[in-house]
Design a binder for this molecule. Structure first.
Ligand SMILES: Cc1cc2nc3c(=O)[nH]c(=O)nc-3n(C[C@H](O)[C@H](O)[C@H](O)COP(=O)(O)OP(=O)(O)OC[C@H]3O[C@@H](n4cnc5c(N)ncnc54)[C@H](O)[C@@H]3O)c2cc1C
Length: 406
């Protein structure tokens, strides 16, 4: 049996582990903790969403099998429309099932229940959503009317994720449904959907159970960083990995070396027994947020040590036979000690620039360029792929499948 090591437990690492395991490999996953995947808000894009409308390829079978194993997201069918807490409606290729998909609604009234909870300004949000171009095109009206959705006063101080955890209880969902029925009858009888704060479950989405009880589609607005959607992803991942028999180790991989098989070194203390030798390794350590890549402008290095030599701005944080670059070419040290101005490396000042595209150079299926056989990279750690959730899932699934055939 092929032994595969996956480093990283974001969506790319999860997809790699599930795909490799589905292809018959024995999989070990080592990860340090949460990354970008645990902070995303539940809208799943393949291309960045402001590039929607451009033809995006279909998801491959392995990627769809990962989505099915997670059993928490909808990606099939037409593009979705979600409402964000920043007050806009935006398209998404897929969604966390707790989010309300406005895509099927036209000529409709959406009820945004107002409630005395500090982080949900229903009148303001409803006004922004109604005024958005997408609402105009679909003739959607967002209206408010009160609903008594707070049971105990301490809930007023709770964060969204804690409110979502309360709604894991079927009794609380039944209570919420009865409050919504009352509020709808009194203030929003014509509403054809209910758009709620991001409260609808932490273990799993409770939106469907609520919709069944209320009789119209109910769902969350897209949460901001640290909201319940990222935590629901973690729960779905943990269930899927356990069901597929992936062994998990908490730890930080500091280096990888090849001597006919791949061997990983873990940061001190976390390791215990030395790890077995692996036939293939998928690096899914994320980008700047996940910790796989580091941004080191020379101004910082020079402030710490005036003798510092110029070095590339972006580096991998673990030691392995790989090259960091973009557009197929390795990065070189800047010709000036200070490098370029920071804004020349980042969106929105410079679209398609280093911080959006830089990463480990890979060939087909995510094989790390120039590395011995069996080293792959996926997700935000790999160069030149969109920094999106579904891109990380797709590249992860492809790398996992390739690793299992190593
Ligand atoms: C706030 C926010 C909002 C977003 N919104 C959207 C959106 O609306 N739509 C969309 O499509 N995308 C969105 N994204 C982007 C999307 O979430 C990411 O592109 C995707 O989750 C990246 O997944 P990943 O698995 O590559 O990396 P990550 O999820 O970052 O995972 C990296 C993993 O590697 C581990 N790791 C790192 N180094 C080591 C090491 N040395 N040893 C062991 N483990 C290590 C980390 O602990 C982590 O588990 C958003 C991201 C953020 C942060």
């Amino acid at each position: 049996v092929i032994q595969v090591l996956v480093v990283g437990s974001g969506i790319a690492g999860t997809a790699a582990a599930l795909a490799a395991s589905r292809a018959g490999a024995r999989v070990t996953m080592i990860a340090l903790g949460p990354g970008a995947s645990s902070l995303a808000g539940g809208a799943l894009d393949l291309a960045p969403w402001d590039a929607h409308g451009e033809a995006a390829p279909d998801l491959e079978e392995d990627a769809l099998a990962v989505v099915d194993a997670l059993d928490a997201f909808d990606v099939r069918g037409p593009s979705r429309i979600v409402a964000t807490l920043a007050g806009i409606l935006r398209p998404a290729r897929g969604v966390d099932r707790a989010l309300l998909d406005l895509g099927p609604l036209h000529d409709a009234t959406v009820w945004v229940p107002s409630v005395d909870w500090p982080r949900w300004d229903a009148p303001l949000l409803a006004r922004f959503w109604s005024d958005s171009a997408e609402a105009g095109a679909r003739r959607l009206v967002f209206m408010t009317a009160p609903a008594h959705m707070i049971e105990r006063s301490e809930e007023l101080a709770m964060a969204e994720a804690d409110m979502a955890a309360l709604h894991d209880s079927p009794a609380r969902i039944a209570w919420l449904a009865s409050r919504l029925e009352e509020g709808k009858k009194a203030g929003a009888p014509a509403a054809s959907a209910v758009l709620l704060p991001p409260w609808l479950g932490l273990e799993r989405s409770r939106a469907e159970a609520l919709a069944l009880a209320v009789g119209v589609p109910c769902g969350e607005a897209m949460s901001g960083p640290g909201g319940p959607s990222g935590l629901r992803f973690e729960r779905a991942r943990d269930r899927a990995l356990a069901a597929s028999g992936v062994e998990r180790v908490l730890g930080q991989v500091t280096s990888l070396a090849y001597d006919g098989a791949w061997r990983a070194t873990l940061a001190g203390g976390a390791g215990g027994e030395p790890l077995a030798a692996f036939d293939a390794v998928v690096l899914a350590t994320g980008g700047l947020l996940g910790g796989g890549l580091a941004y080191r402008p020379m101004s910082g290095a020079l402030a710490a040590d005036p003798r510092a030599a110029a070095a590339p701005l972006l580096t991998a944080t673990l030691d392995a036979p790989l090259l960091v670059g973009m557009r197929g070419a390795p990065l070189r040290p800047p010709s000036s000690l200070f490098g370029g101005a920071p804004e020349s490396h980042a969106w929105p000042f410079a679209p398609g620039s280093l911080l959006e595209r830089g990463g480990v150079l890979v060939e087909d299926e995510g094989r790390v360029r120039g590395a011995p056989r069996g080293l792959l990279a996926a997700g935000e750690f790999a160069a030149d792929a969109p920094r999106t959730w579904l891109s990380a899932l797709s590249t992860g699934a492809r790398a996992g499948r390739a690793a299992a055939g190593a």
